[in-house]
Design a protein around this ligand. Sequence first.
Ligand code: AMP
Length: 281
Amino acid sequence: MTDIHTTIDGLRAALAPHRADGRRIVLVPTMGALHAGHLALVRHARSVGDVVVVSIFVNPLQFGPSEDLDRYPRTLDADIVALDALVDLVFAPSATEMYPEGAGGTMIAAGDVGTLYEGASRTGHFDGMLTVVAKLFNIVQPAAAVFGQKDAQQVFLVRRMVRDLDLPVTIEVEPTVREEDGLALSSRNRYLDASDRRAAVMLSAALTDASDAASRGTAAAREAARMRLEPEQAVKLDYLVIVDPATFLPVADDYRGPASMLIAARVGTTRLIDNASLQLG
Ligand code: AMP
């Protein structure tokens, strides 16, 4: 049976004996509405840890005023069923438990990369995300935490925070889990109607085309992706960028070597992101 906690004190008390016994605690932070992508992270956590903690918290600090905080799916009962037998503890706090004094308190600043791409479209998103991740690290004090490559900029910024602030946690990253046709699993996919769902596959198709064209250079990779996305009326591209995985800054046009392509687009009313590694020649 999974042990479910809604308070910080309760979770800390439940973890204390495990910590005293020297057991390796691994955290998987989520916002719930769990799908097979999240469960892959949980299985990885199980393989590298003795005690697996999944947090389920829709973090108000990482949503802008015009974003989908109220609409974000909350399926706690189903999530707990999905996690049963896979995890030891679930931490599902309320917003008041996490932020008893509301907004306006101490925040982590995500720095320059936090203002690019997702951060340009969602002002303050990464400050809010890093703030809750730092709080979760302090509450759970895990030896390791598992994140998904689906949110590549998040992974970069969490790793950067861990380095910059000397946090004693190892960051593990799991590959993106996809539907059979390539669409990256996302809690927001449930908002896609049948025609949006057909259009949404173009994001992953564009990444595949870019990857196939990458040996011919950055312009060819970008062009291949755009040719896939632009004819699709239902897809409104937000950004398409090729970044250096080491700096997360856009690569120069003559760059060769490993890179990541990041795509964000609105499909119908739903904002989707995806990314893939490219080997630019
Ligand atoms: P979320 O609750 O969806 O914001 O994400 C919680 C964690 O699950 C993050 O580390 C995400 O990167 C990860 N995640 C979300 N979707 C996927 C996916 N399709 N494959 C792998 N990991 C994912």
